[in-house]
Every structure is written in C-alpha cells, then in structure tokens.
Design a protein around this ligand. Structure first.
Ligand SMILES: Cc1cc2nc3c(=O)[nH]c(=O)nc-3n(C[C@H](O)[C@H](O)[C@H](O)COP(=O)(O)OP(=O)(O)OC[C@H]3O[C@@H](n4cnc5c(N)ncnc54)[C@H](O)[C@@H]3O)c2cc1C
Length: 440
C-alpha cells in the first residue's frame, strides 16, 4: 500500500479533523493516492480504536492496549501526515485551525499548541453523549464517548466486583447494582457483554462473587421497546436474550434523575445503582457551536447532501453532522453512514486535489441493515435485501460473525487485506495465552 504521487494541478491542502470510523478511512484513502504534503489527519489521541467496539473495551473483552492502532503507523503506511492534538478553534477567514498542546501523563509538554493551514477542512469529530439536561447524569453517570471512558468504566467495574466479593463474607446479601440508561444498540450490547465478562472474572479469582446471583443489571429505555429504531422482531429477540441472561429490562420508563447510588424515574421508581452507564442519545461536540456555522437542535453541523456546510471550505461527515435523509429526518449516526460518507468525500476531494470539476451527484445513504452483538457467540439483526426492500432477519452465530466482519472491513480500509488477515490470525492465537477478559 505505498502512496503514489498525485498528478495534481492544484496546491489544495486537505485537513481532516477526527480519525474515527469515517475520518481515518478518508485520510487513508486520500493519502494513498495524493500523499502526505496534501493530506493531514488531526486527532486528539495517539491511537485509533473503532468506536463500535467500545462496549467490549468497557467489559474488558477487548484490550485497548492491544487493539489500538497507532496513527503515526497508519500515516506512514497510507501516506498522509498526522498531527496529534485536540482541535480548539477554527479561523475560517484565514483558513487556519489551532491544535492544542499535547502533554505527557506527568503534565510535561510534548507537542506545543500549533496552527495548521487548510484549503479544505473536513470535520469528522464524532459525537458526545446527550444527557438531555437530566439532573445528576453528568456527575454520576459514565458514558462510552471515548476509549478513556471505556477504560475508566472497566476499572471501576472490576473494583466494584472485588469489593462485593469481599463484602459477601460479612453480608451475604451484598451485590453489584448497575443501571444502563438507553436501550439502543450501545446499551443492549454493553449489558450482554458485561454479564459474560463478569462470569469470566468471577471464575478467575473472586471466590464469593457469583455473577448470576450478585450482578444485577437494569436496562432502562424511554420508548415502549428496546432497539426501537430497528424492526420489532429484532427487539423481541434481543429482549428474550437479555431476560435469559438475567438482565431486567424496563421500557416506557423515563429517567428523571441520576443520584450517587440510584437512578430515579419520572413515575417515581428508584433503581439502586452503584454504577450508571448513560447510553441514551448523542449530540454534536460543544466546540462546533463556536464555528459560526448552522447547527441543528442536537448541536450537529447542518450540511447539505454534498456534505458541505455553509462555508465552501468546510465539509463534515459522520456523527458530528446532520445530513438530510428522508421524511425530514437526518442520516442516522452510525459507523456505516460515516464509512459511506468517507467514500463519497474521497471522490469529491480527489477532484479538488486534481483541480478538476467535482462530481455533481449527491451523497445518498444506503441502509444495509443493522446487526447487534448479543455476546461472544450470538447476535441479531436485519440485512436490507434488494428483494422488495425487505430486511432479512439473521440471528445466532451467523449474525455475530457478520457483526465481527464489519470491524474487519474497517481494518481492511485502513490496513489493507493482508495486514488485516495477519492481525485477525494473531488475535486468534493470542487468545490461547491470555484470559478472555482483561484483568489488570
Ligand atoms: C458502544 C457503541 C457501539 C456502536 N455500535 C455500532 C454498530 O454496531 N454499528 C454502527 O453502524 N454504529 C455503531 N455505533 C456508532 C458509531 O460508533 C458511530 O456512529 C461512528 O463511530 C461515527 O463515526 P465518526 O467518524 O463520525 O466519529 P468517531 O468514530 O466517534 O471518531 C471521532 C474521532 O474524532 C476525534 N476527536 C473528537 N474531538 C476531537 C477534537 N476536538 N480534536 C481532535 N480530534 C477529535 C476522536 O478522538 C475520534 O477519533 C456504536 C457506538 C458505540 C459507542
């Protein structure tokens, strides 16, 4: 995958901010053809983890230190430049962005605050959790917005399990209460992953903790069913699986407040919660409000169907923007949408880099269906078929394998086929020498 130099007749510089599901694929595909002088990726972190796997990182079934792909390595392989640092401001008049200084864990500055010039800026910043102004949520709930959040949750959960294990010697009724707010794919996948992981952890060395008895997970959803954006059959299958695993599912239940040790609902109920995970919706990153560009009510950048903001030099993709879709709705915030938008922008930006006319076709979102992981060996979902536009229901191991293949396809987009195959094989072999759940 060596980058080839471009036969450019323009001096266009593309800066992509956010190396996630969409931004990284865009940088890799452009970098391979147009090279590091023309394509720069900026991310606040030094390594990349595909966001849809964060529930596995939170449960410890995926080790972030093993899984993370260094941006410098990816930049070297794919021929783009990488600048580490958090985007703090955009000067649209002078076409400059400011990237924050980077410090080591002891607070010592490693990289200074810098300015980078651009001709086209692509914002691919992803999203953050939306607490919908729920009192106490920001203070007491954890989110899965970032790798750091997932790792913090994993360590807190491990500690809580050890404490319950010890407390059981004195008090046999001691247990770990966990509430997950939001019955979308994130909440459902996390709940199942946590149950499976806690069985493994207790087997490794918590003599008094029995996951099926001492871990109480409640999944709270405001809509009448979980996975409400997906076909009803999927909700039913997922509910059956959650119930089978002992997870309590509360639907049509609105959270009114999150306290230090309980979640209170609008209808006056109270669920004990030593830990609360908030997975109930997203919004655009706060920084977007400072750009002077139109935002929707969730704080996402409003773009047209060519992914353009009202500034012709600023484009956007993925969760941080709202792309018009159908019935007045926006394209859903999903990795498959970010992936498709990156592919669309590859063609548009390649034309800018070559100095040739841009394609006139708008971006059209193709919903290929949805797959939800229900643990290491099970999944459920629907694949959108061409036949009468109807979804094909899939479940069990097949659905789980298809779900895993989505992650591999993302790897293939940034690493190429042979490296992805080597990585998959290496991980399979490493399973023999490591516990199934990260224990330290
Ligand atoms: C647990 C979980 C499970 C999911 N499962 C699925 C699924 O099964 N299928 C599906 O389609 N979608 C799923 N999603 C949604 C999916 O992850 C997102 O829609 C997708 O990652 C959005 O891609 P993106 O490129 O817009 O942003 P992201 O992938 O979130 O990437 C954003 C990048 O921007 C960087 N960044 C943010 N702010 C700054 C800044 N100020 N300066 C510099 N860099 C910055 C971040 O470090 C990050 O690398 C899931 C999400 C979660 C949390």
């Amino acid at each position: 995958m060596m980058p080839t130099s471009t036969s450019a007749s323009s001096s266009e510089r593309i800066v992509i901010v956010g190396g996630g599901a969409g931004g990284l694929e865009l940088a890799a595909k452009l970098g391979r053809v147009h090279g590091r002088e023309r394509v720069t990726l900026v991310d606040s972190r030094p390594f990349h983890i595909w966001k849809p796997s964060l529930h596995e990182a939170a449960a410890g079934t995926l080790d972030i230190h093993q899984e993370g792909l260094s941006y410098l390595m990816l930049a070297h392989m794919n021929g783009f430049s990488f600048a580490q640092g958090r985007l703090v401001s955009v000067d649209r008049e002078r076409r400059l962005i400011t990237v924050d200084a980077v410090a080591d864990p002891q607070g010592q500055e490693v990289l200074p605050r810098r300015e980078l010039g651009y001709d086209t800026l692509v914002l691919a910043l992803g999203s953050t959790s939306n607490f919908f102004n729920t009192p106490g949520a920001a203070e007491h709930a954890v989110t899965l917005d970032s790798t750091e959040n997932a790792e913090q949750f994993r360590l807190t959960m491990l500690k809580a399990m050890v404490l319950v294990d010890q407390a059981k010697v004195r008090d046999p009724s001691a247990r770990l209460d966990l509430v997950i707010v939001g019955g979308g794919a994130t909440g459902v996948e996390l709940a199942v992953e946590l149950v499976e992981a806690s069985h493994v952890v207790s087997a490794y060395g918590l003599p008094n903790f029995r996951a099926e008895r001492d871990l109480a997970i409640t999944l709270v959803e405001g809509a009448p069913r979980i996975l409400s954006a997906l076909p009803e059959k999927i909700s039913q299958a997922a509910t059956a699986r959650l119930t089978e695993l002992g997870i309590r599912v509360e639907t049509s239940c609105r959270v009114a407040e999150v306290g230090a040790d309980a979640v209170l609902t609008a209808d006056g109920r109270q669920f004990p919660a030593r830990l609360c995970m908030w997975a109930a919706g997203i919004q655009g990153p706060a920084l977007l409000a400072d750009l002077g560009l139109p935002l929707n009510k969730l704080g996402q950048l409003e773009v047209n169907e060519r992914l353009e903001t009202s500034d012709p030099h600023v484009l956007a993709l993925g969760d941080c923007c709202a792309v018009p879709w159908r019935d007045g709705r926006s394209v859903p915030a999903r990795a498959q949408a970010a992936h498709q938008q990156a592919d669309y922008l590859v063609k548009k930006l390649a034309a800018r880099l070559r100095g040739t006319p841009e394609p006139v076709e708008p971006y059209v979102y193709h919903d290929h269906g949805s797959l939800v992981s229900l643990g290491q060996d099970a999944g459920v979902g629907s694949l959108m078929g061409k036949l009468a536009g109807r979804g094909l229901f899939v479940s069990g191991t097949l659905a789980r394998l298809m779900y895993m293949s989505l992650h591999l396809m993302h790897h293939k987009a940034v690493l190429g086929f042979s490296r992805t195959a080597s990585l998959a094989l290496a991980r399979l072999l490493m399973r023999r020498t490591r516990p199934r759940v990260k224990l330290h």
